[in-house]
Ligand binder design. Structure first.
Ligand code: PSV
Ligand code: MN
Length: 389
């Protein structure tokens, strides 16, 4: 798919788009000040999948669900995959979690203590075992590792430890499995983060081999960072493994993608289309938390926001843009992009949904379905899922 194709081609591309929703977005979440519980929230991973199935049913483009281990640990992953399949879903990326144990106070795979490093690597290897059982293709790695004070630990030694751990895990991957390495500017470490930026992630991936790819979490950058440039560069180098989509006003806010800056999302999706990433092996995942808003409609809204940005990106008139760029016509070139961005693509997406046999308005359809009332009535008792559960 290239930019600027016919309306039918745009619709066909939108029909095949696949967005992965995160299991943790269906559970309770909050800030470090307060987690607000909501009625009807899932108690188990199976119930999270039941909710995810509603998102897919109303949008038609959310067929996979990312799991977070241990938040989604179960006894039988094959049975969990069956539960997903029976609801028209598949299990997606396995997200490792080496950031919530006391042992990780000074880091996980970069910890100065070899026993802690071993524990962290064992967890990552366990995640690959889980991938074997679920049929998941991607292992998503985010490390909270870093230091709070200058001199606290040796920055270079920590990179060596990181490289060694990544190598061990990389060598365990099957032929069809990938390692997606996520970077984050800061938090929870405040002085130095061990994988703070795409350059560090890219350098590690390059050494490891082609199955190691970089993940761009849109919330993990300094204000003003040109994220679409990073996307273009990683695609050009064949190292863009996927996205963790969300949006931010200040730090890692994890708000609904496209809510804070829909124009940025359009610019990112334009570079994805331009770089061939729309049809390549790029995983389009959400990584969000819905702290105060209703969760399932918020996830449906997020999926719709990505679809709208994608539709606009696909509508860019590539021929006119290239001609204006060749002629050095700055205003005309900018105008071509803005014309696409300013197109109201909601009717087009309504048609796409109707062609998939869906209602054109997923949020209205969800409201009418009665699912929200049903889960509020039925999910009584037990422990609601949330951070750490
Ligand atoms: C870290 O902030 C992160 O973006 C990683 O992807 C984690 O796995 C995820 O958030 C947990 O919500
Ligand atoms: Mn993320």
């Amino acid at each position: 798919m290239t930019a600027g194709t016919s309306k039918d081609a745009v619709k066909a591309a939108l029909t095949t788009q696949a967005l992965e929703t995160p299991s943790w977005a269906y559970g309770n979440s909050g800030t470090r000040f307060k987690v607000f519980a909501q009625p009807g929230v899932p108690r188990t991973t199976r119930e999270k999948l039941d909710d995810a199935a509603r998102v897919h049913a109303h949008t038609g483009v959310a067929p996979t669900v990312a799991l977070h281990i241990p938040w989604d640990r179960v006894d039988d992953y094959g049975a969990l995959a069956d539960h997903a399949r029976e609801r028209g879903l598949r299990l997606g990326a396995i997200n490792a979690n080496v950031f919530q144990d006391d042992d990780y106070r000074l880091g996980s795979v970069t910890n100065p203590d070899p026993a802690v490093r071993r524990k962290a690597v064992d967890h990552l290897l366990e995640c690959v075992d889980i991938m074997d059982a679920t049929g998941s293709k991607d292992l998503k790695l985010w490390f909270s590792d870093g230091t709070n004070y200058p001199g606290q630990d040796d920055l270079r030694d920590r990179q060596d430890r990181l490289a060694e751990a990544l190598r061990t895990v990389y060598d365990r991957l099957g032929d069809d499995q990938r390692m997606l390495l996520e970077y984050k500017l800061f938090e929870p470490a405040f002085y130095a983060t061990d994988v703070p930026d795409w350059g560090t992630a890219y350098a590690h991936c390059l050494k490891l081999g082609p199955k190691a790819q970089v993940v761009v979490d849109t919330g993990h950058h300094a204000p003003g960072t040109n994220i679409e440039f990073i996307v273009a560069t990683l695609l050009r180098e064949g190292r863009l493994g996927g996205f963790d989509f969300n949006s931010r006003f200040y730090a890692d806010d994890d708000l609904m993608v496209g809510a804070a800056d829909p124009f940025q999302l359009f610019r990112i999706m334009y570079e994805v289309v331009r770089g061939g990433g729309f049809t390549a092996d790029v995983a389009f995942m959400l990584d969000q938390c819905h702290n105060i808003e209703a969760k399932i409609p918020a996830i449906i809204r997020s999926v719709m926001n990505v679809q709208e940005a994608t539709a606009k990106a696909l509508l860019v008139d590539a021929g006119a843009l290239a001609a204006a760029q060749r002629e050095g016509d700055v205003l005309a070139a900018n105008g071509v992009l803005m014309d696409a961005y300013n197109t109201d693509v909601r009717p087009l997406l309504g048609e796409v949904r109707e062609e998939l046999g869906l209602a054109p308005d997923p949020l209205g359809a969800y409201d009418r379905s009665g699912w929200q009332q049903q889960i509020v009535e039925e999910r009584v008792g037990g422990v609601q899922a949330g951070w750490g559960a």
